[in-house]
Design a protein around this ligand. Structure first.
Ligand code: ZN
Length: 136
């Protein structure tokens, strides 16, 4: 198992359009994709910062994970995603090491990636996502 780099940082926002404006007009990045991920009840916007991406997440349903997160903690950093080679293997390694998994098997994320989350109770409070681009 090898984590190769930070694939993206997920940021929960309450208004995607306004947040895109901040990242474009103030920080000078260019949004290159907007995508709805129905499974996670979110609309996402992506920016490239070198090899790493910023993923803005707006909830499409107040009962969804991002809706609940914002209600509890407000807008802000939601998760860190590490790119991994061999995501299934990585998940079983985590389980062997006693890490609690949110996803025991990878599921479909934005941009056609296979993704899985580790439980923040096992990672010092950080929601960690593993993701693998199997088309790479
Ligand atoms: Zn993510």
């Amino acid at each position: 198992m090898k984590l190769t780099h930070i694939e993206h940082i997920g940021i929960a926002v309450s208004n995607l359009e306004e947040s895109i404006k901040f990242y474009e007009d103030v920080l000078g990045f260019q949004c290159y994709a907007i995508e709805e991920v129905k499974d996670q009840k979110v609309k996402t916007a992506f920016f490239k910062v070198g090899q790493t991406k910023i993923e803005l997440l707006e909830s499409t349903d107040s009962e969804g994970p991002i809706g609940k997160f914002i209600e509890k903690r407000g807008e802000g950093v939601h998760h860190i995603a590490f790119a991994v080679k061999g995501i299934e293997d990585a998940l079983s390694k985590m389980e062997e090491k006693g890490v609690r998994l949110i996803d025991k098997a990878p599921r479909a994320g934005a941009e056609g990636l296979d993704i899985a989350f580790l439980h923040p109770k096992s990672t010092g409070g950080v929601l960690i996502e593993f993701c693998e681009n199997k088309n790479e």
